[in-house]
Design a protein around this ligand. Structure first.
Ligand code: ADP
Ligand code: GN1
Ligand code: MG
Length: 374
């Protein structure tokens, strides 16, 4: 549960909005920021989401909000050009009275405000092929719409975000300072890290660096970062604070991490972590329907590497935070980060064991989308 703000009226009064500050409720299940839902004072007016930005993790809130605004402006133009509704299919940031997209309150916290997209919803766990297919379409279209936005227009707000070498080096720093108790707890997990560390550095190999284009990607494609409408059709990709340059396979892999897993990201009973292949196939179909047109063949071949890397990288990050004493992610109980890390390692191992089958599914879908058999 987020820490409830005591000064909501001050914050709300600084945005150009018609929000009722007398009542609000905590919203969403994110690990970093705090999100609150606020009603419009007028009946029928759009409701709002107010988000307190974690500025320990995003120290340059100005750069972060520049990125979000830049990306949203670009997406709105694309949606409009395609005849869509830019207020439904893209996020809308509410400015402050001084025309900024964030406000620093008298207690030092940073805030942003968005229109709440009514009638749309996100899912932490995917259950139907339709949801997976539509999610794939949403993230594929998102990448396609951003394919002509220059990566150099965006700041790298968290450097080396999905660079596994960097994440492994953070893990090594944590190990060097970790308490004997926590280090003893994680020794089986550290063994898994050692076993796969080299293999996971695929995207750092010079041949791949030369072959794979850096594009503007989302960098946090958990399934709960896409909103589906009441008919479970893709409506809008949300949570745009990590949109930065990267490889498309990172987004594909991070989405698959939450789609293919029958259990939650932090499942305690590892036996419940199983692969749902039909959901994988449905997501891949939706994604490639939108993305096959702009992806290079090297990128298509790299997608499976992203599928393996992302759960591994997330495990390394959760494990690092556990050893560090839980300073990055919100936790809901003692040992939560370790439980998350263990669940993600299990998922990684299952994916690794099925990599050939998964790769073949990707290739078959790609061939169909490109009509290469005709
Ligand atoms: P976090 O970084 O904490 O994950 P998000 O921006 O993803 O924050 O927001 C948390 C949750 O709030 C989302 O999973 C989604 O359910 C909901 N949400 C976010 N933005 C909107 C929006 N504009 N309209 C409706 N719901 C939203
Ligand atoms: C964090 O805020 P949230 O829950 O959308 C994290 C992501 C991780 C994710 C794991 C800025 O995202 O990178 O993939 O948790 N965000 C940041 O669930 O570190
Ligand atoms: Mg989110």
């Amino acid at each position: 549960m987020p820490h409830k703000p005591g000064n909501i009226a001050e914050v709300v009064s600084n945005f150009k909005c018609n929000a009722d500050s007398s009542w609000f409720k905590a919203y969403g299940s994110g690990h970093i920021n705090d999100t609150f839902f606020l009603k419009n004072l007028s009946v029928g007016g759009p409701h709002y989401l107010l988000q307190r930005i974690n500025h320990h993790i995003f120290p340059r809130v100005d750069q972060l909000m520049h990125n979000m605004h830049r990306v949203i402006t670009h997406l709105k133009q694309k949606v409009e050009a395609a005849g869509g509704d830019p207020f439904k299919e893209a996020l809308t940031l509410i400015p402050t009275h001084t025309n900024q997209y964030y406000y620093q309150d008298s207690m030092g916290s940073y805030w942003r405000m968005l229109y709440f997209l009514d009638g749309a919803r996100s899912y932490d766990i995917v259950t139907t092929n339709r949801q997976a297919f539509e999610g794939g379409k949403a993230f594929g279209k998102f990448q396609a719409m951003l394919a002509d936005l220059q990566a150099s227009e965006l700041y790298e707000v968290i450097p080396e975000f999905h660079n596994i070498r960097h994440r492994l080096s953070q893990l090594n720093h944590a190990i060097a300072k970790g308490t004997p108790e926590r280090l003893k707890q994680v020794s089986p997990e550290l063994e898994v890290v050692r076993q796969y560390a080299m293999e996971m550095q695929y995207f750092q190999q010079p041949g791949q660096v030369a072959a794979l284009p850096q594009r503007v990607i989302h960098n946090d494609t958990k399934f709960n970062n896409v909103l589906l409408n009441s008919r479970d059709e893709a409506q809008c990709v949300i949570d745009l604070e990590t949109v930065m340059p990267g490889y498309v396979a990172y987004d594909f892999g991070d989405a698959i991490r939450t789609i293919i897993n029958k259990a939650a990201e932090d499942e305690a009973d590892l036996e419940n972590i199983q692969l749902n292949m039909p959901l994988f196939e449905a997501y891949t179909k939706g994604y490639l329907k939108e993305a096959a047109g702009f992806l290079t063949e090297a990128e298509v071949l790299s997608l499976i590497k992203g599928v393996l890397l992302l759960p591994f990288l997330q495990s390394v990050r959760f494990l690092t935070d556990h050893i560090n004493g839980d300073i990055y992610y919100k936790i809901h109980f003692e040992g939560h980060n370790l439980q998350r890390a263990r669940a993600q390692f299990r998922l990684f191992q299952l994916l690794h064991g099925n990599a050939d089958v998964l790769h073949q599914i990707i290739l078959n879908e790609y061939i169909k989308c490109k009509g290469l058999l005709r």
